[in-house]
Design a protein around this ligand. Structure first.
Ligand code: GLN
Length: 273
């Protein structure tokens, strides 16, 4: 009898073990090397290791992604964590230059990119985008006493303003199209562009509205023009052809929108005015 009980127990343990080692959804791109996580130390004593979803971002884009106490936090970081949890994955965030994100996604060294990234026709030729989870506006930062008082001033006859942008962003792409590359200086991130503005190297900075507010709050003597330069949709970018991951992420966005999670996260970082 004891032997039978032991046998049944052993079988049960094997079955539980198999459940534990199965991935919840086999959606992480299996061409990438992202499916194991040896350092799963925040699992509350649970010995099961979740598979890992790797997200690329550029963590100098407050309030979407930024460092706080050495950790990357923000709207995108929290929404991504909620999406990963919904899918049964552990989220790992990899910080890189903004203009490296699409390449990393295409090469499969990460599973997706989330960085306040605007959906554009040109980017859609290279990668797929999820449903949009937020909107953005390209804003213009000027010194408080600037002669530039509206977007129209940038287009005025004889205007020859120098514009600072973050490299590879829509601000960079649109400004270069409209005003020529000779009038646009690119920086690694918004902080760099604002430092150049404060130093008088450029006359204005074109950047997304929420990071613009954070940069203006953190630096004296700057203002954001009332008129905006462009309206945009933010979405998650995914390697073309990885439709299993795209569908799962979209399903998560729908569910997390319906249950209020996404609104809650946004409200935490962007309090209603
Ligand atoms: N929304 C802009 C873009 O997609 C800027 C994003 C960013 O700087 N993180 O190009």
């Amino acid at each position: 009898m004891k032997k039978i009980i032991a046998l049944v127990l052993a079988l049960l343990l094997i079955m539980i073990g198999c459940v534990a080692c199965a991935t919840p959804d086999d959606v992480a791109d299996d061409t990438s090397e992202t499916t194991t996580t040896p350092d799963n130390d925040n699992n509350d004593g649970d010995s099961k290791e979740k598979p890992v979803l790797k997200m690329a971002t550029n963590a100098y884009f407050q309030p979407y992604e930024f460092y706080k106490d050495g950790k990357i936090v923000g709207i995108d970081a929290e929404i991504a964590a909620a999406i990963a949890e919904y899918m049964g994955y552990e989220l790992e965030i990899v910080d890189m230059e903004f203009d490296s994100i699409i390449t990393a996604v295409k090469e499969g060294s990460v599973d997706f990119g989330m960085a306040g990234m605007t959906v554009t026709e040109k980017r859609l030729l290279e990668i797929d985008f999820s449903n949009s989870y937020a909107t953005g506006v390209q804003s213009i930062i000027v010194p408080a006493n600037s002669p530039i008082t509206s977007v129209d001033d940038l287009y005025a006859d004889g205007a020859n303003y120098k514009i600072g942008v973050q490299r590879g962003t829509t601000g960079d792409i649109y400004a270069t199209d409209d005003f020529g590359s000779e009038n646009v200086t690119t920086y690694d991130n918004g902080n760099g562009a604002v430092l150049a503005l404060l130093g008088g190297d450029v006359d204005c900075v074109i950047i997304d509205n929420e990071p613009a507010k954070a940069l203006v709050n953190a630096n004296e003597g700057l203002a954001i023009l009332d008129t905006s330069y462009a309206d945009e949709d933010y979405a998650i970018c995914i390697k073309k052809g990885n439709s299993a991951l795209l569908e799962k992420i979209n399903e998560a966005i729908v569910a997390l929108t319906a249950d209020g999670t996404i609104d809650e996260i946004v409200a935490k970082y962007i309090p209603a005015e």
